[in-house]
Ligand binder design. Structure first.
Ligand code: SF4
Length: 369
């Protein structure tokens, strides 16, 4: 653990650096706890660039907690499409309904109360409580954990003792809540400074931009002088990345002036992406010897999918269509113009855009309506 003197130095160096180098992100410096909540849920296990593509459109579609609570799940999943980990969207929606029905539409303001909401874990409740309400509570994500282990020189261990150490060290570093009455620019604080929220965001920013997992930029680090390892920390080997080939059917048809695309609705009891819409998968033997219309790589957690997309060569080419078992799968012909309203998987959306079946602009406009 850092000593009391080093704790103060750490905070000071970190905050000086953060004030100068923090990325300007649309969810920083805002005064709306609901918007903070949405951003923090989106940011879990998701790149900032991907969140930037969806955050504003999602809030245009559901500008208030009540608007989200009144929406149906399909609309919410459609607006979430492309962000992955769809359970987060379902839980966000469920929690919005709960708050509307049971709490008069008011988001709780303490970490302990926030933790009782559906889908809100330790990370999310601490992030909302500190960033939106200025509570002195530590946020611990993978970035924060990495910074703390490297600074203190503690070995990485996936044990209860290891997790307790990180939580205690993170908690010891968080500054106290600001006494009301002092002027400042802290987000969500109505003009007050927000030391806990800013500190937590600075810790995550340090891990995300300087103390990088593979090659930390120690020479640019604001806490270099306090760090025990300075790029020499031994981290545990990460899980092996697997590769998996996968094939999909892209089948289009014309009905008068309307173009439709064949999509499969995933089983609603499936453990992965239940109820989401994707292109119908094809067995490998059905595509042997055929040239795909598109090849694309798609990474999900520790798996790289090497995706090939096949289209029937002529209207009469039934071989590929026959390879999709229609009796055991729920298939829909969806008008191309309605695609943005469907809860598409991220991969389906990527393929449909690359194949110019769906336009990014059309999606944005539709979501914003
Ligand atoms: S000095 Fe290097 S290893 Fe230490 S916290 Fe900074 S970036 Fe990370």
């Amino acid at each position: 653990m850092l000593t009391a003197r080093r704790t103060i130095e750490f905070r000071d160096h970190l905050m000086s650096w953060y004030r100068e180098h923090a990325r300007a992100l649309p969810w920083r410096g805002i005064g709306d706890p609901y918007h903070t909540w949405v951003s923090e849920v989106m940011l879990q296990q998701t790149r900032v660039a991907a969140v930037l593509e969806h955050y504003a459109a999602f809030l245009r579609r559901f500008p208030t907690l009540l608007a989200l609570a009144l929406a149906n799940e399909t609309e919410v999943l459609a607006a979430w499409s492309g962000l992955g980990y769809y359970r987060r969207a379902r839980m966000l929606h469920k929690a919005a309904k709960f708050i509307t029905q049971e709490r008069g539409g008011v988001l709780p303001s303490t970490a302990v109360e926030l933790r009782t909401l559906p889908g809100v874990g330790d990370y999310t409740c601490a992030a909302i409580a500190s960033i939106a309400f200025g509570e002195s509570v530590a946020v611990v994500d993978g970035n924060v954990e990495r910074v703390l282990l490297r600074v203190t020189g503690r070995a990485e261990e996936k044990t209860a003792a290891g997790r307790t150490f990180v939580k205690r060290q993170a908690a010891a570093l968080v500054p106290a809540s600001q006494v009301r009455g002092k002027e400042g620019s802290g987000p969500g604080m109505g003009g007050l400074v927000n030391p806990p929220g800013d500190h937590n965001q600075a810790m995550m920013e340090l891990g995300a931009t300087i103390c990088l997992p593979r090659a930390p930029l120690c020479l640019h680090c604001p806490v270099f002088a306090l760090c025990k390892t300075r790029g020499e920390h031994k981290t545990m080997p990460r899980g092996e990345v697997r590769s998996k080939p996968i094939a999909y059917l892209l089948d289009l048809r014309k009905r008068g002036t309307i173009t439709e695309v064949l999509l499969e609705e995933r089983d609603h009891t499936a453990s992965l992406m239940p109820g989401m819409f994707e292109l119908p998968p094809l067995p490998e033997d059905a595509v042997e010897g055929r040239e795909p219309a598109l090849r694309v790589r798609h990474g999900i957690t520790n798996t790289n999918y090497y995706v090939r997309v096949f289209q029937p060569e002529t209207r009469e080419d039934e071989t590929l269509r026959m390879a999709v078992p229609t009796k055991t799968r729920v298939l829909h012909w969806v008008p191309v113009k309605r695609l943005a309203d469907k809860p598409l998987t991220g991969l389906a959306r990527k393929i449909l855009m690359r194949m110019k079946v769906m336009k990014p602009k059309a999606l944005a406009e539709s979501v914003a309506e």
